[in-house]
Write a protein that binds this ligand. Sequence first.
Ligand code: GLA
Ligand code: CA
Length: 782
Amino acid sequence: MRISKLIRAIVLFMTLVTQAQTFNKSGTFEAGEKTFLLNGKPFLVRAGELHFPRIPREYWEHRIQMCKAMGMNTICIYLFWNFHEQQPDQFDFTGQKDVAEFVRLVQKNGMYCIVRPGPYACAEWDMGGLPWWLLKKNDLQVRTANDSYFMERSAKYLKEVGKQLAPYQIQNGGNIIMVQVENEYGVFGNDVNYMSKVRDAVRSSGFDTVQLFRCDWSSNFFKYDVEGVYTALNFGAGSNIEKQFEKYQEIYPKAPLMCSEYWTGWFDYWGRAHETRSISSFIGSLKDMLDRNISFSLYMAHGGTSFGQWGGANAPPFGSMVASYDYNAPINEAGQPTDKFYAVRDLMKNYLNPGETIPEPPANYPVIAIPKITFNKSASLFENLPKASNAIDIKPMEFFDQGWGRILYRTKLPESKSAFKLKITDLHDWALIYVNGKLVGNLDRRKDENTIEMPAVKKGDVLDILVEANGRVNYGKTIIDRKGITERVEILAGTVTANLKNWEVFNFPVDHDFQKKMKFKKEKINGPGWYHATFNLNVVGDSYIDMSTWGKGMVWINGYNIGRYWKIGPQQTLFMPGCWLKKGKNEVIILDLEVPKESQISGVTIPVLDKIVIDESLLHRKKGETLDLSAEIPSNEGALSSGQGWKEVIFEKELQGQYFCFEALDSQNLKDQSSSIAELELIGTDGVSINRSKWKIVYADSEEVSVGNYSAEKIFDQQESTFWSTAWTVSKTPHPHHVVVNMEDNVKIKGFRYLPRTDKSTNGNVKSYRFYIKPDLFVIKK
Ligand code: GLA
Ligand code: CA
């Protein structure tokens, strides 16, 4: 007994000594020939990605230890610029934002660190990590050296990151082995000069000795190169590893191989089916990488939560992120191990270095149920209007110095003796429209809704447009995404158009201080407003707040904004960390823009992340519709080759039109009746793919949306890992399959590019096709 204790003490002491040795003296890490070199010796990076803003600080070390218990030797992190500089020049690296402390905890646990400071990060985080206040500059451009303001501000931010983290470069005795420059620039732009400038800014912010890297995709990494910066590739569960690195090895024959984001699962949008990635597909490609000695980082090892207003959005089509960033990752949102976790851990046991062992996972934090809490105090939004500002022309919220939340635009209407239409350009992102305090209806950007039918009105009737901003676009070309109403509001009455002016504007920011000032009363409210309650707890623990009886809004508990909810799902419960609850009295405030079915909540012990209210209006074929091509002549037809990677077709002559139809006649496997497309691009006459940011799906004969997210707009969402698939569960239909796109512009093209799905399955890969393009819409029979 005593001896074993003594042995344990010695072992513990020795481990501490070795850890101290690993880190206290300066070391080296570099991309050597065909392998990474740590202190001159071959090293395989086995990283797990964690985002410290998505994990309560109290739980940081637990999640780090979980990664270690999964067999990881490194933690990879992003920094989000907008988290640290919420107002220009007001930098904050304390408390929940104390990244240096996070890195020290990683070091304390004997692990290395990879740092990805941006300035652009993506990550389904508001504006990809860029601060909203940049948008106050009217002609802002981002991620390009053409905008000197953007360049200046990002360099300034990087300097501050350097002050925090440069001391922890491995060369200085710290644990930071690599630092990333920007993020997947290949999908966004071609300003190579910009990437070199960001590299220089990272270097001059103090990361002067550490190995730098960039990440891109196997389909685009070769479009540019940044001197002195190692290149890694990103791809998802189920990828074909051989294929992913094929071109890479031609271009960088001597470089070590690394997947710097191996997607363990995927993120969820409001109103879209919950995403999962199977353990078998995920483990299969991971094992393949280990067998080939390929370094990797699991994105995400543990996703956590996009608390507050931090979730981002993707577009087109616009879809904002749910609050949970569970990601179907090996470690779930509450930090617990899942089956995927144990599958990784078991796999890793076969690939350890001599003498290396994997520690046991730390204990889970307790999870509690919270009994029903009823709200008996509420405050109507319209009775609690803050001080207004005035504006002749309508403007987005950034121009009223508001970053997030809701905004109310009010003006007086001219007389209209008959019903008319009201058109909003552009609505970002969801609005309730009122006349004289009476609700007329609502508009939703996800559905491209921008026009509403209005009743006849008298001169001077009051128009209210209450707009809720969801996450800012964090990915792709539409990242400049100002919120509220961006340009104008018009009355369309017959041939007359009038642009409404003279607005009163009310701002509802997301800060807790703002919400708590409302005048709560006992009377029930019947429209947008706040709800207040207190509740007592004898024990605290993590819990999931069940929001399923509520409409759309946000929740603050004990001053912590735990995120957005929306009845359409798929997320129905919000993660509430136990470390933010108190024994004794707790306070909860909810802001709901609709009217809850029941104003009550409870805490449950199992999250509900996959209960979606299927919205037929988001499908691209209404009941009874069929496309009729009988009068059409194909503009081009042929057969695509089998296998992965982009397939390019150049037409014999140039074609022109605003609408096109892609018709799949069969699949590579002739028995397979399904069709799938990961991406479809049209090639302009200059050889460059035409801009797809305004594209809309007009028709798709079939879409699989119940077991996963395979709707037709996946063909232009710029994500190679997502794809359109015809139904494979209910009501399968045989070939031919069709997708019709409205491009909004009349374009001239000389060909197209088709990308088959990029996972290992080849189901639905198109063989024979016909392509139609014309200036007007195809016939769709109703
Ligand atoms: C890309 C980005 C990440 C994240 C993932 C999807 O790889 O680099 O920031 O957005 O996609 O989760
Ligand atoms: Ca896609």
